[in-house]
Every structure is written in structure tokens, then in C-alpha cells.
Design a protein around this ligand. Structure first.
Ligand code: PA5
Length: 470
């Protein structure tokens, strides 16, 4: 494999004044002026890499034996189970969902087993009771491996799912229930590790220095991917390749740093919304994964010094071409508050020719002889153009083809961009006090010990007024 032929490319032409006009566009001189600022963000990140919660950046230097163990375990699951179910939420679910969509057949679960060549795959990332019942309607728990994933080992949603599944398994299988559960959690903190030791579950560890939304390259993402038959060495090597590409503070050499700087400049100019718009169904859930990464990492009330800053840029997911018929009207004519990132694929994994037909209707017949590939590319180029002529900032990341290696690059690109952006904003990229507050309020409402003060706080909150419910 020639890595350089598979290198993803970051095209930011349409962020620049030459293309979107001098009022909205960024000038070369703006970038030049901010080069020391970007270099400082890079240097700061490099100085803390691997410490605190930045352990994710070192996951690319993987230990082959650990990965071999995941691959062997996955092979065993592929042979012996008909269903593989991830129980997890947030960073413990969005990566597996994104990789499943990106690297598997788009109707994978509907394929006959001989074409799938592995278990049916589900990621349950909600506690809607209807969804739990629906899952149980379509799987046979006795033929299922459940992967319970939670870094903290205490997230109510995941622990609820675990309790339900473990109860069902134990009633059906007694002691053999443990052969149907693999846990992925912190080795040192939380309840799941205690439960895993007590029950004797096979357990994979999420390093303490790796937070949920940065954990896709840890066993959180690697075991589900390997169960799906993804080459996780190539996936990791893609991320490693992006890490090498970005190993310079020179903006012209480091695409993630350039992307972060452009995000920073646009945010400071009122672009409060970041639209992620892949032009490939396979990349649809990368937009969801990105939304969590960007929202939870960048959206912060205080900076590192404790000053109120209310930072953040709202991520929005869209899908090309589908959302051309839904969102693009707003993107081209609405407020100048957005930056759009298109994800393009040079070569789709399939080619579909549009057959001849409707010879007597030229307005339909013009499509004939083309391919769907040409159509989707033309629509992407046309949308990019429509935004650009309306002076809307946009950029495109090109994947030569969608595979494990390019996907690894893409995810690592966004992780690095997020890390640099966090340093530029001077915020703690890796905490999520807003999420924790909601988690604690849930614990209080459900009567968990140690949450009396929070319960009191909730009881004292203003009660809803019927006047405003009509
Ligand atoms: O990024 C994060 O840390 C969070 O979004 C978590 O992924 C999410 O809250 C789930 O947490 P856990 O993996 O501890 O169950």
C-alpha cells in the first residue's frame, strides 16, 4: 500500500477572500499575522501530549500484542456469536456507530449470514424502553455477545442496560451468562471494573488519560471494529500517518493546525455554527461523532484560568446530497454565521451507471449515460460553488477512497484539530462539567446515595407554571 496515494487532503480555498470575497474571506495576511499564535497552540499541545487527558494522542503508538489480543477475541466472537451488541453512550458509542457505517455494507444487518461473515451489529445508545424491547425482539440473547462500554463505569444509561441484559442472561443461562459479556472500562475507577472482577468478565481497559470522545482508537472502538472484520491495524496506521503529517508547527505542513486556525478566526468573526456535511452515506455518522467531539470539547463556560468565556461553536450535521433538499437553502441565504466542512470521496467503492431511458423527455434523458458517481460529485461541486458565490465560508476534506486507513486519518485529523482549537481558546478541552451536571441531577432524581444536596437543589428549583402549558 502506498500511503501517499491514500493521503487525505484539506482544501481551504473557499475560506479565503479570493473566493468568498473580502468581507467574509480570510486573507493570507490574517494567517501570517496569526502564525505565532497557531505555533504556540501547537507547542502547548505537544508539551502536554500524553499527560492529563491527552493520552489519546499516543494511541497511535500501539502495542501490537494488545491489538493482536483484540483481533483474536474478535475472531472468536465472529465465529461463535450471531449478534454483537454495544451497550454504551456518547464517546462509548458514537465511534463504533461511525466506523460501522463507514466500513461495512450499508445494509449489513440485512445481508444473509454468508455474505456478512460476522455477527449482526447493534449499538444501543439510549434508554428509550421501546428501543430496548425492540432490540430484544430481533436478537437471541443466547447467541449474542454484549460489549458494555463505559469509561467512568457509572453512567446511568449504560449501567441500566447492563442490569437488564445481565438479568435476562442470568435467568436463561446461569453461570454461563458471563460468556456473553465483555466489558470495556477504566482499570482503576468506577463500578463496572468492580462488577467485571466479581463476575469474571473479559475486560478491556480504556487508559485513564483517554476521555470518552477521544477513545475511538482504544478498545472502545477497536473491539467492535474488529468484530465487524475491519482491519484495525490499518485503521490505527491511518491515524498514525495523520499524526506524522501533523508533526510540525508549520501551518502549511500541518492541515489539522491550519484547520484549527481557520476555525478560530471564523469563530471570532461570528461564525458560531460548524456544519459537517459528508457526501457519502458511509460518512454519515462521522458527522455525529464530530458533533460530540467539537461540542463537548470546545463548548465551555470558563477558560483554564477560571474566567467566564462561554466559548463554543455549535456543530450541525448534514448529509450530501440529502440535505441539499432541506438545509442548503439556509446555508446559502441565511445568516452569515456558519462554516461548512464538506467531506468528499474521490472514488466511491461502487460504480452505478444510469441506464438509457425516457428518450422523449430530454429533461430526464440528460442523466442517461452518466453514473451516480458523476451525479453525486457534480452535486457536491455545485453546492460548494453555490455557497462560495454567496460568500459563505466552506472547506473540503477529500478522502481518496473510504477505507480503514483513510478513516483513521480523518478521525485523527479532527481529534488534533479539536486539541489545537482548545489550546487556541485557552479552555480545558477534555472536561465536560455540563454533562456531569446533568448526570448528577439524574442520580439525584433516582435517589442515588450521596446526592442529597443535588436533590435538595432540584426540589428548590422553581416549579413549572400551568399557565405556560397550553
Ligand atoms: O466524552 C465524554 O467523556 C462523554 O461524552 C462520555 O463519552 C459519555 O458521557 C459516556 O461516558 P462513559 O463512557 O463514562 O459512560
Amino acid at each position: 500500500m502506498d500511503k501517499n496515494n491514500l493521503k487525505i487532503r484539506f482544501d481551504y480555498n473557499n475560506m479565503m477572500d479570493k473566493f468568498v470575497g473580502s468581507k467574509e474571506g480570510i486573507k493570507d495576511s490574517d494567517i501570517l499575522e496569526m502564525t505565532p499564535f497557531a505555533k504556540n497552540a501547537y507547542d502547548t499541545f505537544e508539551s502536554i501530549r500524553g499527560t492529563g487527558m491527552t493520552g489519546w494522542a499516543n494511541l497511535v503508538n500501539y502495542n501490537k500484542e494488545e491489538i493482536d489480543d483484540i483481533v483474536n477475541c474478535a475472531e472468536d466472537i465472529r465465529k461463535n456469536y450471531e449478534y454483537f451488541v454495544v451497550l454504551g453512550i456518547g464517546g462509548s458509542a458514537l465511534g463504533p456507530i461511525a466506523v460501522f457505517q463507514a466500513l461495512c455494507h450499508l445494509h449489513y444487518n440485512d445481508l444473509p449470514s454468508e455474505k456478512r461473515n460476522g455477527p449482526k451489529f447493534y449499538v444501543e445508545d439510549n434508554v428509550d424502553p421501546e428501543r430496548m424491547v425492540a432490540l430484544l425482539d430481533v436478537i437471541d440473547v443466547e447467541k449474542t455477545m454484549f460489549n458494555v462500554i463505559t469509561k467512568s463505569g457509572s453512567t446511568s444509561e449504560t449501567m441500566t442496560q447492563y442490569l437488564i441484559i445481565n438479568d435476562i442472561l442470568t435467568k436463561k443461562l446461569g453461570d454461563k451468562a458471563k460468556e456473553h459479556i465483555i466489558t470495556t472500562t477504566s482499570s482503576s475507577k468506577g463500578n463496572l471494573i468492580k462488577i467485571s472482577k466479581k463476575e469474571g468478565y473479559k475486560t478491556y481497559f480504556i487508559p485513564d488519560a483517554v476521555g470518552g470522545r477521544f477513545s475511538e482508537l482504544s478498545p472502545v472502538g477497536l473491539l467492535p471494529a474488529a468484530v465487524l472484520g475491519v482491519d484495525i491495524y490499518e485503521f490505527l496506521d491511518g491515524a498514525k500517518f495523520m499524526n506524522e503529517i501533523c508533526s510540525s508547527s508549520d501551518l502549511d505542513k500541518n492541515p489539522a493546525l491550519m484547520s484549527a486556525l481557520l476555525s478560530y478566526i471564523s469563530l471570532r468573526r461570528g461564525k458560531n455554527i460548524s456544519v459537517m456535511m459528508p457526501y457519502a452515506d458511509g460518512l454519515k455518522y462521522i458527522a455525529d461523532w464530530y458533533c460530540q467531539l467539537w461540542a463537548e470539547s470546545i463548548g465551555k463556560e470558563v477558560d483554564k484560568k477560571g474566567n467566564l468565556v462561554f466559548e463554543g461553536q455549535t456543530p450541525v450535521k448534514a448529509l450530501g446530497v440529502t440535505d441539499q433538499h432541506s438545509q442548503v437553502q439556509l446555508y446559502t441565504e441565511g445568516p452569515f454565521d456558519k462554516v461548512t466542512t464538506f467531506l468528499a470521496v474521490d472514488e466511491y467503492r461502487k460504480i452505478v451507471k444510469i441506464p438509457d431511458g425516457c428518450e422523449d423527455i430530454p429533461d430526464v434523458n440528460f442523466l442517461c449515460g452518466h453514473t451516480m458517481n458523476e451525479l453525486i460529485q457534480a452535486e457536491r461541486v455545485a453546492t460548494e460553488y453555490a455557497l462560495t458565490v454567496k460568500n459563505r465560508l466552506n472547506r473540503t476534506i477529500y478522502l481518496p477512497i473510504l477505507n480503514a486507513f483513510t478513516l483513521g486519518q480523518l478521525l485523527f485529523f479532527f481529534e488534533l484539530e479539536t486539541a489545537y482549537m482548545g489550546e487556541m481558546l485557552g479552555i480545558d478541552t477534555y472536561n465536560q462539567p455540563g454533562v456531569e451536571n446533568g448526570k448528577n441531577a439524574t442520580y439525584a432524581l433516582l435517589g442515588r446515595n450521596g446526592y442529597d444536596a443535588k436533590r435538595e437543589e432540584l426540589n428548590n428549583a422553581p416549579k413549572k407554571d400551568d399557565k405556560y402549558i397550553i
